[in-house]
Write a protein that binds this ligand. Sequence first.
Ligand SMILES: C[S@@+](CC[C@H](N)C(=O)[O-])C[C@H]1O[C@@H](n2cnc3c(N)ncnc32)[C@H](O)[C@@H]1O
Length: 279
Amino acid sequence: MLSYRHAFHAGNFADVLKHSVLIYVLDYMARKDKGYSYIDTHSGAGMYALQDDYAQKTGEYKDGIGKLYQSSDLPEILNEYISLISSLNNNKSLEIYPGSPGIAKELLRRQDFAHLFELHKSDFELLEELCQRWKKSRVYKSDGYNGLLEQLPPPTRRGVVLMDPPFELKEDYVKSVKTIIQAYRKFSTGTYLLWYPVVKRSYIEAMEEQFVSSNVRNVIQLEYCQKQDSDEYGMTGTGLFIVNPPWQLLGESDNLLTTMKEKLGNKHSSYTARQLIDE
Ligand SMILES: C[S@@+](CC[C@H](N)C(=O)[O-])C[C@H]1O[C@@H](n2cnc3c(N)ncnc32)[C@H](O)[C@@H]1O
């Protein structure tokens, strides 16, 4: 039984980190003409109305995209993110917010192809509708971990994978890293982005350890914590492991994370950007 709906969380501080980095990576891939595959293992609905009951119930977007949308003094990486969202809103007030497939739909070119996996019935239907006229995409109502392994290596040997599980189940922490390690064996030059929530620090340390003791090379880790680690219920921070990142991303992410702390954070907020495993 799947209960997670991303509509409650769309545009929150975790989406700011994940989506600004995703846009940076997809822009980087488009510097070469050769097509690439984008594989989204946990896609969600793809587009969210911020005035609907889900987003309004939590109001999480107000402390994420809501605080950045009208800002002018942003670093380049956040400018690209805001300008994509602004254009989806016809450069007017913030009403809709894209999920990762919505972002990919804007940035992939005719020579690129998207494989989008989503298990939740309602979100799958919304995603299908979003992608109806997007010829270079395929939407699967099946497990994204297995689906990823079936799609590798991509035909053009260029690819970006976003793995963004709900982490409702504790097993997602181990399974997500394990699947990336398996995927890397089939396609070691791909760029892999694995998103995670900071709910319990020991889970994240275990993921780091799993990566470090694997054969995967060139991994960076970006993390933004809104609050200090805590044993109480709830997400205090968020992070990304990125395998084979664009070479300037680690430097750029310093600007991104500093701005997130300045604009979204408080005196307890903190961030890390580090090379977890060398090339
Ligand atoms: C965090 S949301 C995805 C958000 C999306 N990537 C974005 O950035 O907009 C996780 C999604 O994964 C779906 N899901 C859960 N387990 C899955 C699985 N094994 N395979 C594919 N989708 C799954 C959930 O229904 C949920 O919609």
